[in-house]
Ligand binder design. Structure first.
Ligand code: AMP
Length: 235
């Protein structure tokens, strides 16, 4: 049960390295939406090595495995309830069909809904190249790349001055696991959202600014075509 104002959620779908985080942070600023990354939430929880769930989550993430659906949903609902924004860009959730069903029920309990699921489509070779060169800010979570998205000063975040580091799960072996987990457990969501008429496919390759514009325009065109609008109430 969601204890908050109704939320309209835009789900960001795509494999690890598709750019879900980078795109949603930028888009959130443009459309006055909140950005909520379940990976970031879990990294915060995992940082608490004194709690049992913190240790369990850290172990699963280190191996590229998914956190159990029930635990994930509890963490998500608590955070969603605390957001003031009515539009939320959800990055990294759902990752299983069961999570997608749980999300629908949870949003419906406060008259909210999923408005669209944006699928960022990226070739596998590009994914691996992006993940293996990725750097993140330990303080604010901003994402950089050693070749293609360098910070102004090496090792330092442009946005907050925090220290940049590699993610533990961006090691080559774990990248392979994460791509397999995506193919088996998350990719079925593409057809799931397509069947509901909620899928918006976007080419996720090229310059970041270009991709963000494509997503923004893709959502606007999709909405203008009459998709994703709520039924008008009877007069
Ligand atoms: P991300 O930052 O989205 O790449 O997520 C990093 C890791 O957090 C994943 O490899 C999973 O171990 C875990 N994770 C993130 N979101 C979820 C989710 N919705 N369900 C289960 N595990 C998740």
């Amino acid at each position: 049960m969601l204890d908050s104002t109704p939320k309209e959620v835009i789900v960001l779908l795509g494999p690890p390295g598709a750019g879900k985080g980078t795109v949603s942070v930028r888009l959130a600023g443009m459309i006055d939406a909140a950005h909520l990354s379940t990976g970031d939430l879990l990294r915060e929880t995992a940082a608490d090595a004194n709690s049992e769930s913190g240790r369990e989550i850290a172990g699963l993430m280190a191996g590229g495995q998914l956190v159990p659906d029930g635990l994930m949903l509890r963490i998500l609902v608590k955070t969603l309830s605390g957001l003031r924004e009515s539009t939320v860009l959800l990055d990294g959730f759902p990752r299983t069909t069961r999570q997608a069903e749980m999300l629908e029920r949870t949003l419906a309990s406060s008259n909210g809904c999923v408005r669209a699921a944006v699928l960022l489509e990226v070739d596998e070779a590009v994914l691996v190249e992006r993940l293996s060169g990725r750097l993140i800010c330990g303080a604010c979570g901003a994402v950089y790349h050693v070749e293609t998205l360098k910070p102004r000063q090496a090792g330092v975040c442009d946005r907050c001055g925090g220290k940049l580091k590699r993610r533990a799960d961006d090691a080559p072996e774990t990248i392979r696991n994460r791509l397999e987990v995506y193919a088996e457990q998350t990719a079925p969501l593409i057809d799931w959202y397509r069947a509901k008429g909620q899928l918006v496919g976007i080419n996720g390759m090229g310059e970041v600014d270009e991709i963000v514009s494509r997503v923004r325009d893709g959502l606007a065109d999709w909405k203008a075509a009459g998709q994703g609008l709520r039924e008008a109430p009877d007069p």
